[in-house]
Design a protein around this ligand. Structure first.
Ligand code: SF4
Ligand code: SF4
Length: 469
């Protein structure tokens, strides 16, 4: 499968393939906001909870989702004004995790039982559905295909090959259970870099006799992991896929969690996070209990003074305060970026031996070195669009971001829609490479919201008119 446009800068601080275990701290902090949903506590202040017991729940289409406790201990609820509460767990002496769900009827587990077990174990939100544009409904939604994506290319999210190496057997179990969620004649589509390599061959052997499994070679260029892009790529390689077909996507850690839960009865309780970036002395992967303070991830590593920590990767990560933030249920990366407040005037035009760029003028094109200077600096003043066309050549959706920007700058939402505003997948690449430092992706995201609101209003007016007629 080929990704149009796309790009991968060579950034210093790539996490090593080693996964180190972080000790369970005395207190864990559970954020009750997950994937845009706010969960309500179902435990009381001072209550003792067991590993895997539901701490909070939220009602969604077709059922409810739960946040399981990642340890046994005593809970305290910290109310926050205008914000979701946080549950603090004073942890008991950590023990080896034991299964909490009944796995004795594994061979005969029904689709409904799989759904309810994955929703109460915190794992269902790892699926993305093209039908809902988010978490699949808990009603009997059945996909035509499930894409299992082992490739997270954004610098530096937890790498699929690291997760595979660590949890091969559990991941294979997980893939076998996915088969039961598919529509009749549904397929499992596996995204790997080398589809004929030894890893793909062994997966194929291990899964013989289960669902129809296909492998797809994809170059590790950002943003190959984007769910909408993966669905579009699948349609391009197989004409049997229609635009309206429902496709789900899940990544390596998601399918590992499915395997651990359905074959071992274990709820979601930990994450492997990649900690990397040019501001970190010892980039690596860490296995960490959900709710661990971010500052605990840094105990054995040095980060420079004035470091900006991003939750997520370089392109889509958001700044967090390591002293006040915790590892959440969906985290897979913390990126450490040197914080430079001053502007370096027109430095984007200067070639460098330690700075990569999408522009071929930089010396690292020849030296093949990593960018050690990527930082929070805007590198020069914000300028108007200089019509360089770089954003157009890099956009994986084949859009013309410079024209979208011009239309939106002039308040012309309709023309922006006509040239494909809604096809923007929000990857942020155009903003990253724009030499004028225009916040293109932010502008497009706001415009898409505005457009959606306009369409909904128009629909409501039409519905009212039809009722009157
Ligand atoms: S954010 Fe949108 S417009 Fe910009 S490169 Fe990505 S898909 Fe293209
Ligand atoms: S990359 Fe920036 S400056 Fe260049 S054409 Fe696009 S919006 Fe304009």
């Amino acid at each position: 499968m080929k990704v149009w446009g796309s790009y991968l800068p060579r950034i210093a601080g790539k996490p090593s393939g080693v996964v180190e275990e972080v000790a369970v701290p005395e207190k864990l902090y559970i954020n009750l906001q997950r994937g845009g949903l706010i969960y309500a506590p179902v435990v009381k202040n001072g209550q003792d909870v067991k590993f895997g017991q539901a701490l909070a729940e939220v009602q969604v289409e077709g059922g409810k989702l739960s946040l399981p406790s990642p340890v046994s201990g005593k809970v305290f609820i910290k109310e926050k004004e205008d914000l979701p509460s946080i549950i603090i767990i004073e942890t008991d002496e950590p023990k080896a995790e034991e299964g909490v769900y009944d796995t004795s009827r594994l061979k005969h587990i029904s689709r409904e039982e799989i759904r309810s077990t994955l929703s109460s174990s915190g794992i269902w939100p790892f699926f993305w559905s093209s039908e809902t544009g988010g978490i699949p409904s808990l009603d009997d939604e059945r996909p035509r295909a499930i894409i299992v994506n082992f490739l997270l290319s954004e610098p530096f999210r937890a790498r699929g090959e690291v997760i595979l190496k660590r949890s091969w057997r559990i991941i294979m179990e997980g893939i076998k259970f996915l088969d039961r969620l598919l529509a009749d004649y549904g397929t499992i589509e596996i995204i790997l870099t080398a589809p004929h390599g030894p890893v793909a061959r062994t997966i194929y052997k291990d899964l013989a006799g289960f669902a129809c499994v296909n492998f797809h070679p994809v170059q590790p260029l950002y943003p190959v992991e984007n769910n909408m892009l993966l669905k579009r790529m699948l349609r391009k390689v197989s004409s049997s896929f229609k635009k309206e077909d429902n496709v789900w996507v899940i990544d390596a850690q998601g399918v590992e969690a499915v395997g651990a839960c359905l074959s071992g009865g274990i709820p979601l309780y930990q994450r492997v996070v990649a900690v990397g970036g040019p501001a970190l002395s010892d980039p690596k992967h860490l296995s960490v209990r959900i709710g661990t303070p971010v500052k605990d991830l840094l105990k054995d590593s040095k980060s420079g003074d004035g470091t900006c920590v991003l939750r997520g990767g370089l392109f889509l990560g958001n700044p967090v305060d390591p002293d006040r933030d915790y590892v959440n249920f969906d985290d897979d990366a913390f990126f450490f970026l040197p914080e430079v407040k001053k502007r370096e005037f027109l430095s984007f035009l200067r070639p460098g031996f330690n700075r990569t760029s999408y522009l071929p003028a930089f010396a690292t094109v020849v030296t093949r070195g990593d960018d050690t200077q990527v930082s929070t600096s805007l590198r020069g003043e914000i300028r108007p669009c200089v019509a360089c066309g770089l954003c157009e050549s890099i956009c994986p959706s084949g859009l013309l971001p410079q024209f979208l920007h011009r239309y939106l700058f002039n308040g012309d939402l309709d023309d922006a829609e006509k040239i494909g505003l809604n096809l923007c997948i929000g990857c942020n690449l155009c903003t990253y490479i724009c030499p004028s430092k225009i916040e293109l992706q932010k502008q497009f995201a706001l415009a898409k919201e505005e457009l959606k609101a306009e369409h909904e209003e128009a629909k409501a007016i039409l519905a009212r008119k039809n009722t009157h007629d």
